[in-house]
Write a protein that binds this ligand. Structure first.
Ligand code: NAP
Ligand code: BGC
Ligand code: ZN
Length: 354
C-alpha cells in the first residue's frame, strides 16, 4: 500500500510503499479516506517536533484521519463504520493514564503519538488500531471527519478552562482567539456556534484582502490586527475578555493573555513554541492574576470523549464556514500542495480513497 512518510535524512515528505497492516487481536483494519495536515505535521517534517519509532528511518505522517472499517476482526465495530482514530497510544502495553481513558493527561514517556512522535501515523491507504481508540462518527461526516481531531483539541482545552471557572457563577460574554490558523479559526467558529459567546474577536497579522479575515468576518467576529492592536491593547481598544484562547505559538502571547483577560477570566494556552527568552514584569502579572481572580490553563492532545463532542460540534458549524476553511483536498500525486503553507492555504487534507 502507499503511505506518506518523512525519512530521517530528508526534509520533504514522500510517497513510499509499505505492507498493508494486519490487525492484531482487539484491532480493526481501517481503509483511510482523508488525512488533514496541520502546523504540527510541518514541525515534524522540519525536524522540530516528534520523530520516528525507535530504530526506524522514517515516520508515516498523519494524525487527523477519517476512515471506514474494512475488517472488524472480531471487534464490536461494524464493517463500513466511519471512524476517527485518537492520536495517543501507550508505549509499552498500557499504563494508568490509558486505563483511566485519560491518555491526553499522560506525561512524556507514558505515551507515543501516531504520526507525530514514536509511532507511525494514519497517512497510508490502510491503518490498524485497537477499537477503543476508534471513534465512530455519522456517515455524513466522512468528508470532513479529518476536522474532528483538531476540533477535539479545543473541546478539551475549553473543558479544562471552563472547569477552572466552575466554582462560582461565571457568565462569560466575550472571547478572543489569538491566531488565524486552522485551530484558531475553528475555535472562533465554536465560540460563536457552540459555546454561545456574545462577542468574539480573532487576532492575526495579515493585510486585507485575506481569506482568513473574510472567514472571521463571515462569522460576525471582529478581526484584530496585532500590528495595530497588540494583545496588551485589546482591553482598551475593544474590551477586556472573559475568555482568551491562544493558538499562535507566539510565546509572549501566553503572558499578554493575563492582561487581556477581564476580572475572573480564563485563558487557554495551546501553542507549542520552542525556547525563547524575553522580559516580563513578573510582579505585575502575579498581582493581576491574584487580585483579579484570573486563571490560565495549558492543554495538549484530546481523548475519546473530546472526539465525541467534536463530532457534535462539527455538525453545528455552518456549511459555508467549513467549505471556505478547507482550501484543498489533494491526491497522493499532489503531496507537495497538501503540505504547502501560504496566505491562501487555510486547511488541506490528503485523500486516500473515496
Ligand atoms: P498555524 O496554522 O501555524 O497558525 C498559527 C497562526 O497564528 C498563523 O495564522 C499566524 O499568522 C498566527 N500568528 C503567529 N504569531 C502571531 C502574532 N505574533 N500575531 C498575530 N498572529 C500570529 O497553526 P495551527 O495549526 O492553527 O495551530 C496553532 C498553534 O497551536 C500552533 O502553535 C500549534 O503547534 C498548536 N497546536 C497545539 C495543539 C495542542 O494539543 N496543544 C494541537 C494543535 C496545534 P500567519 O499565518 O499570518 O503567520
Ligand atoms: C496534535 C495533538 C498532539 C500535539 C502535540 C497536535 O498537533 O493535534 O494530538 O498531542 O500536536 O504533539
Ligand atoms: Zn494536530
Amino acid at each position: 500500500m502507499r503511505a506518506v512518510a518523512i525519512r530521517t535524512d530528508e526534509n520533504e515528505p514522500a510517497v513510499i510503499e509499505k505492507p498493508r497492516p494486519d490487525p492484531a487481536e482487539g484491532e480493526a483494519l481501517v481503509r483511510t479516506l482523508r488525512v488533514g495536515v496541520d502546523g504540527t505535521d510541518r514541525e515534524v517534517i522540519a525536524g522540530g517536533h516528534g520523530g520516528p519509532p525507535e530504530g526506524d528511518d522514517h515516520l508515516v505522517l498523519g494524525h487527523e484521519a477519517v476512515g471506514i472499517v474494512e475488517d472488524t476482526n472480531g471487534t464490536a465495530l461494524a464493517e463500513g463504520d466511519v471512524v476517527v482514530p485518537t492520536v495517543r497510544r501507550p508505549p509499552n502495553g498500557t499504563n494508568a493514564y490509558f486505563e483511566r481513558g485519560e491518555a491526553d493527561m499522560a506525561p512524556e514517556g507514558e505515551y507515543v503519538e501516531r504520526g507525530i512522535a514514536g509511532d507511525h501515523g494514519f497517512a497510508a491507504e490502510y491503518f490498524t488500531s485497537p477499537e477503543e481508540f476508534l471513534v465512530p462518527i455519522p456517515e455524513d461526516q466522512a468528508d470532513l471527519g479529518f476536522l474532528i481531531e483538531p476540533i477535539s483539541i479545543t473541546e478539551k482545552a475549553v473543558q479544562h478552562a471552563f472547569a477552572a471557572r466552575s466554582a462560582f457563577t461565571w457568565e462569560p460574554e466575550s472571547a478572543l482567539v489569538l491566531g488565524n490558523g486552522c485551530l484558531g479559526l475553528v475555535t472562533l467558529a465554536m465560540c460563536d456556534h457552540v459555546y454561545g459567546f456574545e462577542r468574539t474577536y480573532c487576532l492575526g497579522r495579515r493585510d486585507r484582502p485575506d481569506p482568513t479575515i473574510d472567514l472571521i468576518e463571515s462569522l460576525g467576529a471582529t478581526y484584530v490586527d496585532s500590528r495595530e492592536t497588540p494583545v496588551l491593547a485589546v482591553p482598551s481598544v475593544h474590551e477586556p475578555m472573559d475568555f482568551v484562547y491562544e493558538a499562535t505559538g507566539y510565546a509572549p502571547h501566553a503572558f499578554q493573555t493575563i492582561e487581556a483577560l477581564a476580572p475572573n477570566g480564563v485563558g487557554a494556552l495551546l501553542g507549542v513554541p520552542s525556547s525563547w527568552e524575553f522580559e516580563v514584569d513578573g510582579g505585575a502579572l502575579h498581582e493581576e492574576f491574584v487580585l483579579q481572580n484570573k486563571a490560565l490553563v495549558g492543554s495538549v492532545n484530546s481523548g475519546v470523549t473530546h472526539f465525541e463532542a467534536a463530532s457534535d460540534s462539527l455538525a453545528s458549524l455552518p456549511d459555508g464556514f467549513l467549505s471556505d476553511l478547507v482550501t484543498g483536498i489533494y491526491g497522493l500525486d499532489e503531496i507537495e500542495a497538501a503540505f504547502a503553507s501560504d496566505d491562501t492555504t487555510i486547511k488541506t487534507a490528503l485523500e486516500f480513497s473515496t
